[in-house]
Design a protein around this ligand. Structure first.
Ligand code: CDV
Length: 303
């Protein structure tokens, strides 16, 4: 019997710097309801979903920086999303900025979680590939200071039993690296869910600006096909505080084909019916890892 799951991407439009968490969460709940009404069992939100994309701003005041981070999940502002998930029986992926203390030392992570249809957190991932720079570049129209504000994720890439399938998580820049998908496929992941914030103009590397949409889909479609998995990539999109964020949120089948895609650059849910057994079928044939991989020739990747 085939294992089908209806998955929704819930693209989020621009968030102003002064928009409250409560207002953003109300938008997310509305997206979740809309996705559920169209049959979704799992809803995927973007990276750093709860605020404007703050790494574009140089800040020195600790309190100002930490105001963009969550110290508890759910907290008072995010609880309505967990309650909506439980009420609807819908699972979700959510990206957010996490502030935690390890041996009294503050750690800042670009984090995502998987929350099941009972509103329980079942998986956590902390972004591994942090793009941008740590130094102040005031000459640029906006900056990309992920290397300043975040620690490199310490949890690695994992895979979780989730709503009848095996799910893995990644965040934004991770999607451009082939290893991301492979290490999760080797752990059995059938669906990789990820959120992104991608300015269509990269001030420090503008040579590829005209290809931002192409590179977005190219990376995720290659990851899906070469690893026999579904990939769900969801944007925070639109004109946000002087930066145009790429839309193009989509769901990609293990064939590498895009089977559902957002049509706007605003708040929008879209759904695809995913047959998880296709992943298993492919892994017994063309992409039978155990039978065909020749790891003795790959050592340079990790050495
Ligand atoms: N949030 C990101 O990781 N954004 C990067 C941009 C800066 C290139 C991305 O890979 O889309």
């Amino acid at each position: 019997m085939a294992r089908y799951i209806n998955i929704a991407g819930a693209q989020v439009g621009a968030i102003a710097r002064n928009e409250s968490r409560q207002s953003v969460v109300a938008r997310l709940v509305e997206l979740m309801r809309d996705a559920h009404a169209r049959g979704a069992e799992v809803v995927v939100f973007p990276e750093l979903t709860l605020t404007s994309f703050f790494p574009r701003w140089w800040m020195e005041d600790e309190a100002e920086i930490d105001a963009f981070f969550e110290t508890e999940m759910p907290g008072p502002a995010t609880l309505p999303l967990f309650e909506a998930a439980e009420k609807l029986g819908v699972g979700f992926y959510l990206g957010y900025a996490e502030l935690t203390y390890e041996n009294d030392v503050a750690r800042h992570y670009n984090t995502s979680i998987l929350v099941d249809g009972k509103g329980k957190i079942v998986g956590k991932y902390r972004k591994v590939h942090l793009p941008g720079h740590a130094d102040h570049r005031p000459q640029m129209p906006y900056q990309h200071l992920e290397k300043r504000y975040f620690d490199v994720g310490d949890l690695g890439f994992d895979s979780w039993d989730f709503h009848g399938g095996k799910f893995g998580m990644a965040i934004c820049n991770d999607r451009r690296w082939p290893e991301t998908y492979r290490v999760m496929a080797l752990q059995g992941a059938e669906v990789v869910v990820l959120g992104y914030n991608t300015p269509t103009h990269i001030p420090w590397e503008p040579v590829y600006d005209h290809l931002s949409g192409f590179h977005n889909h190219l990376s995720m479609q290659a990851g899906a096909y070469q690893n026999s998995m579904y990939v769900v990539g969801v944007a925070k999109a639109g004109a946000e505080e002087g930066s145009n964020l790429l839309a193009g949120s989509c769901i990609i089948a293990p064939s590498g084909e895009i089977i559902a895609m957002a049509q706007t650059s605003g708040d929008e849910a879209f759904v695809a019916k995913c047959d998880l057994d296709i992943c298993q079928y492919n892994r017994k044939s063309m992409f039978n890892f155990a039978e065909h991989r020749q790891v003795q020739h790959y050592r340079i990747i990790t050495e």
